[in-house]
Design a protein around this ligand. Structure first.
Ligand code: IPE
Ligand code: IPE
Ligand code: MG
Length: 232
């Protein structure tokens, strides 16, 4: 079976990784950032077309303010430290989610990174920031409703393809594989529409321990799955 084109990862377990070591949660997030770096490098070398990483959910605002601020700080640091290497390796950065709700300087930094890497032709890395699958579908519906109200769209023309064009993931390859680390078996509002026929894989590894070998193991499991898409 052909390998996956597009892999999404719910990067979970940073807090538990830190707790096991009697460290503050931020230490887990910091090591999680290292896992992001390893995973992106491996995905590019393996030749995947796209990787979508769940970095901050629309529900993660429920966390204490100091943890949110730690996560934002690490995101700034990640962009500063990694953008040169990402660009050099041909990575094209994209954003999904309502990331414009972040602090203006961070929004600017994120958008600058996307602009800088827009014409690269290697791995596409989509960062899901303030992302929720339900929110994404609602925002798409609102856009379509506004076009219908303005008279530029006939509601009868709304079909699956047009709806997909209004999602944040428009233009990305179809989602083949969704991996969640840390042993939880739920989607937590990630890529609800796109997961329609994705293969789901739940692994016990905590995100800060994820590496190239873990990614290769996941791809091997995917290779043994039989996909039917409703056929026989
Ligand atoms: C995932 O790790 C990182 C984010 C959600 C930003 P967690 O922080 O959820 O770690 P656990 O689930 O508490 O172990
Ligand atoms: C999902 O993990 C969000 C990210 C990995 C960014 P959570 O840790 O927030 O999910 P729940 O709360 O366990 O469902
Ligand atoms: Mg978690």
């Amino acid at each position: 079976m052909a390998g996956p084109r597009h892999v999404a990862i719910i990067m979970d377990g940073n807090g538990r990784w830190a707790k096991r070591r009697h460290l503050p949660r931020v230490a887990g997030h910091r090591q999680g950032m290292e896992a992001v770096r390893r995973t992106i490098r491996a995905a590019g070398e393996i030749g995947l077309e796209a990787v979508t990483l769940y970095a901050f959910s629309s529900e993660n605002w429920r966390r204490p303010a100091d943890e949110i601020s730690d996560l934002m700080g690490l995101l700034r640091l990640y962009l500063q430290r990694e953008i040169d290497e990402l660009d050099r390796n041909g990575v094209r950065l994209r954003l999904i989610g309502d990331y414009r709700r972040f602090a203006p300087d961070l929004v600017q930094q994120l958008e600058a990174a996307c602009v800088r890497t827009a014409s690269n032709s290697g791995l596409t890395v989509a960062l899901a920031l303030n992302y929720g699958g339900q929110d994404e579908v609602v925002r798409a519906a609102r856009r379509l409703a506004e076009a219908a109200k303005a008279g530029t769209l006939d509601p009868a023309a709304i079909d699956i393809d047009l709806f997909e064009e209004c999602l944040d993931t428009a233009g990305l390859p179809p989602l083949d594989l969704m991996i969640r680390t840390s042993g939880e078996s739920r989607l937590s509002n990630f890529l609800l529409w796109q997961a329609a026929y994705a293969e789901l894989l739940f692994v016990d590894t905590l995100w800060p321990d994820f590496d190239r070998a873990a990614l290769e193991d996941a791809l091997a499991v995917f290779g043994k799955r039989e996909r039917r898409f409703g056929g026989r």
